[in-house]
Design a protein around this ligand. Structure first.
Ligand code: GLN
Length: 503
């Protein structure tokens, strides 16, 4: 199929799926670009495997030609004068911007319902035909991929925002190791956790985008430097370790603490099916313990809001933030301007995070909240280091490389992405909502540990029903593969392997 025809199909799907609210802005400039890409293909001058493909970007990633709103009223009038590095890298590889996708305001949420443009709707419906949550906060990107409105989508994952929507929509969502992909031009939520992630229908497509984006960016101070990248390569790609998938059986870890009684039966079945599938391929399964799992969620919800409250301080109506409308009295003080800008510009969930963050950083609370949460974060990382066969490549010392190849740890962990299937949007949004904002945080319980430790993780769809020929969409659950820091390729390989038992 020509790239032009492919692009036309995606754009037609965008029009027929407007009610799902996946996009905030559509691009009008794809036609000429798709024709150019077809010409390059004919001349054998294709730029990359993504040349001429339509890619959607979450609307907290800056684009020069389209507005960047973060789904917030406070960025109503904002236009970025530049492209984020990830946008530029993909454009340089020939990709075409399909548009900007809907999200929870500033990435804060788990269900893409906290958007000033209204909630994203999952194409999957509950039994009574009300729409299900698309997951958040990259719900628009996930729905755009799931309903063929684009070839691939870029999201951000601070505590699970790429993996959870992937799990809820039956797509593949990959969060690379922290520092692999540039964050320059990505609007910050919580800098020490923010990661750009990739959503697609298949892991091989995700890998194509990762190959383009996995570069050092001197403009992002947290981007892994070239020496760190070589250090990771030399430690994790030793001959003994690089052949882990091809020749040696993998040692697969199942974290016992994830086997909670609240796990939905369909999720539990999908987890067992994926483990059974890997076992039949000759890989070995090993129970492991990650004792800090229970505290990870609370630590995340102290640390992320703390960073958010400081990041969002700049939306004061002076440099950032929309000026409030209404009379501007002569004696209006600066603090009155700040209060009105912030009061009118931010939605309720963002305000909740700012208050939580400001409290945990305050002089009376910092020791009991922020400092304790940082301690837990270190312990979570320690938990992971204790179970992986490979040492953390940036913290282990050189003399332990050999030891790491013989240590009886596991290569990857396999666990559910979310404890339950997607809830319905009405349960999340009604005034007498069945699901409180705090309940919504629980959806992230299995995704935040990898975020706190900066580890690579992918969610792939697996059916919870084994031997039925035609499974219903609602049987799909996201299964997560988590690897040691820097072990992104292995995580992608195991994700691809698991696709074999997707249905
Ligand atoms: N749901 C989590 C939160 O609200 C994660 C969001 C994200 O990864 N951007 O913080």
């Amino acid at each position: 199929m020509s790239l032009l025809l492919e692009a036309e199909r995606y754009v037609a799907n965008q029009s027929s799926h407007l009610a799902l609210n996946a996009f905030i802005t559509h691009s009008g400039r794809w036609l000429g670009q798709a024709k150019d890409a077809d010409l390059r293909r004919k001349q054998g001058k294709t730029k990359s495997r993504l040349d001429g493909r339509l890619i959607a970007f979450k609307d907290n990633i800056c684009t020069r030609d389209l507005p960047t709103t973060c789904a917030s009223k406070s960025l109503e009038a904002f236009r970025s004068p530049f492209n984020a590095t990830v946008v530029q890298q993909l454009e340089d590889a020939g990709a075409i911007i399909a548009g900007k996708t809907n999200l929870d305001e500033f990435g804060m949420g788990s269900h893409s319902v906290h958007s000033r443009f209204g909630p994203v709707k999952n194409a999957r419906c509950s039994d009574d035909l009300s729409h299900l949550s698309a997951g958040g906060s990259s719900g628009g990107s996930a729905v755009a991929v799931a309903t063929d409105q684009c070839y691939l989508a870029i999201g951000t994952d601070t505590g699970g925002s790429v993996r959870l929507p992937a799990a809820y929509t039956g797509t593949v969502g990959f969060k690379p190791s922290y520092g692999r992909l540039s964050r320059w031009g990505v609007v910050a939520y919580a800098n020490s956790l923010d990661t750009v992630g990739i959503l697609a229908k298949e892991t091989s497509t995700v890998r194509d985008a990762f190959a383009v984006l996995n570069q050092h960016d001197p403009r992002d101070p947290t981007s892994l430097s070239p020496p760190s990248r070589s250090r990771i390569a030399s430690k994790l790609e030793l001959p003994q370790l690089s052949s882990r998938l091809e020749s040696a059986p993998l040692r697969i870890g199942i974290p016992l603490e994830y086997n909670v009684s609240e796990l939905a039966p369909s999720v539990r079945r999908a987890w067992y099916r994926s483990l059974e599938y890997l076992r039949r391929q000759g890989h070995t399964i090993h129970p492991v313990s990650l004792p800090m799992t229970k505290s990870a969620l609370s630590a995340y919800y102290v640390l992320a809001p703390a960073e958010a409250s400081s990041n969002l301080a700049k939306y004061d109506g002076v440099r950032y933030g929309t000026h409030p409308e209404g009379p501007n009295s002569e004696d209006e003080s600066e603090s009155y301007l700040y209060a009105r800008t912030r009061g009118e510009g931010f939605g309720p969930e963002v305000k909740r995070r700012i208050m939580l963050g400001a409290f945990s950083l305050s002089a009376q609370a910092i020791d009991n909240y922020f400092i304790q949460a940082q301690r837990i974060r270190r312990l979570v990382r320690h938990d992971f280091d204790a179970v992986f066969r490979a040492e953390h490549p940036l913290t282990s010392n050189a003399s332990r490389i050999e030891e790491s190849t013989t240590k009886a740890g596991v290569d990857v962990l396999i666990c559910p992405t979310a404890p339950s299937p997607p809830p319905s949007i009405s349960d999340l949004m009604n005034a007498s909502a069945a699901i409180s904002p705090l309940d919504a945080y629980v959806s992230d319980v299995f995704t935040v540990p990898a975020s706190l430790a900066g580890l690579p993780a992918i969610s792939v769809p697996v059916s919870g029903k084994g031997n039925v020929e035609h499974h219903a969409d609602n049987d799909l659950a996201g299964i997560q593969v988590v690897g040691q820091y820097g072990d992104d390729d292995l995580v992608l390989n195991v994700g691809e392997l698991l696709e074999g038992c997707a249905i």
